[in-house]
Design a protein around this ligand. Structure first.
Ligand code: ITT
Length: 183
């Protein structure tokens, strides 16, 4: 089975491909942009995007909306993560966290799969904001160290990151659903 992953982010595609290829699902990137509405939750953004795309493309597809949430910053950048990454970036987040002792953070990922209706799968990973380390991954990976791990996401292989990450967990429930529903 072939599935389109609608995203502009090749890092997300690598992770999904590595995970879903184990099920015999071939993931290819469809680099289309879709409106990311201003909403309070990733779920709303993902579902709206999926319905918007469903009116425009014929093939089965999924998308992923994710974000980094920092409780000490009241959840910022959260749903604004893509914009914040493009503008102030990692350095900007580290500046905002300067002198802040509560370093907790979590990533959340929401996958919306369209096959005539929307199916939503979610994953979350808790950890801490640390000084940048590593050159793998993408986005905020160098400054995120998952709880109980010594490496940042940027120091992990894709398989290591997938085993514990927000996207890995969302992919896991997506994969379970696919196995049960595509028999
Ligand atoms: P698409 O919307 O085209 O899929 P995007 O990169 O803009 O790609 P999002 O809208 O979901 O993705 O924005 C999430 C931002 O959060 C993104 O810019 C990344 O910098 C960051 N992010 C998401 N998942 C991440 C991960 O696994 N590791 C590090 N940073 C991540």
């Amino acid at each position: 089975m072939e599935l389109a992953f609608v995203t502009s982010n090749p890092g997300k595609v690598k992770e999904a491909r590595e995970y879903l290829s184990q099920l015999g699902v071939e993931v290819y990137q469809l680099s289309l942009s879709y409106p990311e509405i201003q909403a309070d939750t990733l779920e709303e953004v993902a579902e709206y995007g999926a319905r918007w795309l469903a009116e425009r493309i014929e093939v089965p597809f999924f998308l992923d909306d994710s974000g980094l949430f920092i409780p000490a910053l009241s959840g910022f950048p959260g749903v604004y993560s893509a914009y914040v990454y493009r503008t102030i970036g990692i350095e900007g987040i580290l500046k905002l966290m300067h002198g802040v002792s509560d370093r907790r953070a979590y990533f959340k990922s929401v996958i919306a799969y369209w096959n005539g209706e929307v199916h939503v799968f979610e994953g979350r990973v808790d950890g801490e904001i640390v000084e940048p380390r590593g050159s793998g991954g993408f986005g905020f990976d160098p400054i995120f160290r998952p709880s109980d791990e010594t490496k940042t996401f940027a120091e992990m292989t894709i398989a290591e990151k997938n085993r514990i990450s927000h996207r890995g967990r969302a992919l896991e429930s997506f994969a379970t659903w696919l196995e049960e529903n595509l028999k």
